[in-house]
Design a protein around this ligand. Structure first.
Ligand SMILES: *Cc1c(COP(=O)(O)O)cnc(C)c1O
Length: 406
């Protein structure tokens, strides 16, 4: 076997883990983020995971591909490394990465067949109901939207043909939490799987699988990559059948993450823990500032003691993160604020090192329509902020001068 072949994914636990496992201890989060799937390459010792920029692989003889690598839609060593890393961070069995978060949701849909039903959080990322209602219904899939913060409402919505309960917690943009453990119980009683979109918390603050979820989804575009410079999505699996089927879907449908983007995420996750700590610390400070401002009518942030779900937040998450939504009172107030901010960048997306500020009604949730937004409580005065890791005093000074115009 060619030496280079060893550069591909190594099987078994990484060498550093053997020592830790001998002590009966597993490695901590940051150690796994930096080392799982990120082992030095065997050929040169390259500490950075190489980007395997190739579409195909030379075969030694007919029917003998090296280490099984035949074509890059099917497998790529950079991608294999990332899939191993993200599975470790979420405590899953395996993971499969896709070209975007929405490509991961699409892959999930292709796990179903016509006539299957999904119970979905009513206040999810706007692109999800767009995909479900305007594309997937054409293939006979059925969707029911409920307020999943009410477990009884989830239970009532379950049907004989329900295949998945799809929960986003905290939700975008209202930061409503759903009790993952309780929902997993009612779903499992009927043999239904629970899928949790964990994008807002990242695996550093919340691990849905440990609470009973069957699959975890992320838009890696956000906190996992963390630098607003690449798109991606992942489905973390707990069962062999899920992982095998999703690998088949990668091969058949082709919506895979590119090797370069895989490398960006591998690089990004190395600092996930320290970034999340800072996002959380600054998030709490900015939320408290907004909560105390006379110009702000209401603040949606699970870390405020006044938040009705504070207790669940403390039980289910290890931090509160940096996603905050607040009510400015009107569209014209929101417009004025967004025009005046300078440190905060007006733009869609979240989870980057830079503070991003947006207007859900006209940006991320425009596709829902005025009626749809009203139903779930997204007003024209709402502003969402993804607090970055700039100096928090600068972020607050910026918000203060912008709020003064209201
Ligand atoms: C951004 C986002 C998505 C979609 O991910 P893309 O990478 O933009 O396709 C899904 N869920 C949540 C919570 C998101 O924030």
């Amino acid at each position: 076997m060619c030496e280079a072949a060893e550069t591909a994914v190594q099987s078994g636990p990484p060498a550093y883990l053997e020592g830790l496992m001998a002590n009966g201890k597993g490695a901590g989060f940051s150690t796994r983020a930096i080392h799982d799937g990120q082992e030095p390459e065997a050929l040169t010792g390259s500490v950075g995971v190489p980007i395997y920029a190739t579409s195909t692989y030379a075969q030694d003889e007919l029917g003998k591909p090296r280490l099984g690598y035949e074509y890059a839609r099917v497998t790529n060593p950079t991608r294999d490394r990332l899939e191993k890393n993200l599975a470790s961070l979420e405590g899953g069995l395996a993971s499969r990465v896709f070209a975007s978060g929405m490509a991961a949701v699409t892959a999930l849909c292709t796990m179903m067949k016509s006539g299957d039903h999904v119970v979905c959080t009513s206040n999810v990322y706007g692109g999800v109901p767009r995909l479900f209602n305007q594309v997937m219904v054409n293939y006979g899939l059925q969707f029911t939207y409920v307020d999943t913060s009410d477990v009884r409402a989830v239970e009532r919505a379950l049907r004989k043909n329900t295949r998945y309960v799809y929960v986003e917690t905290p939700t975008n943009p209202l930061m409503t939490l759903s009790d993952i453990e309780a929902i997993a119980k009612v779903a499992h009683k009927r043999g239904i799987e629970l899928v949790v979109d964990n994008t807002f918390m990242s695996p550093y603050f919340q691990n849905p699988i440990a609470l009973g979820a069957d699959m975890v989804l992320h838009s890696t575009t956000k906190f996992l990559n963390g630098h607003s410079d690449g798109l991606g999505g992942v489905l973390v699996c707990t069962k062999k059948e899920q992982a095998e089927r999703l690998a088949f879907i990668q091969k058949s449908a082709g919506g895979i993450m590119s090797p370069f983007e895989c490398w960006l995420v591998l690089r990004g996750v190395k600092t996930l823990a320290i970034r999340m700590k800072q996002h959380d610390e600054s998030g709490r400070i900015v939320a408290a500032f907004l909560d105390g401002s006379k110009k702000v009518k209401k603040v949606f942030y699970p870390g405020l003691a006044s938040n009705p779900q504070y207790e669940l937040a403390e039980r289910q998450m290890r931090g509160f993160g940096s996603m905050i939504t607040f009510e400015t009172g009107s569209l014209s107030n929101a417009k004025k604020l967004l025009k005046r901010v300078k440190v905060c960048t007006l733009g869609e997306s979240l989870g980057g090192v830079e503070t991003l500020i947006s207007h859900p009604a006209s940006m991320t949730h425009a596709a829902l329509g005025a009626e749809g937004r009203k139903k779930i409580g997204i007003t024209d005065g709402l502003v969402r902020i993804s607090v970055g890791i700039e100096d928090v005093d600068d972020i607050i000074a910026d918000l203060e001068q912008a709020l003064a115009a209201l």
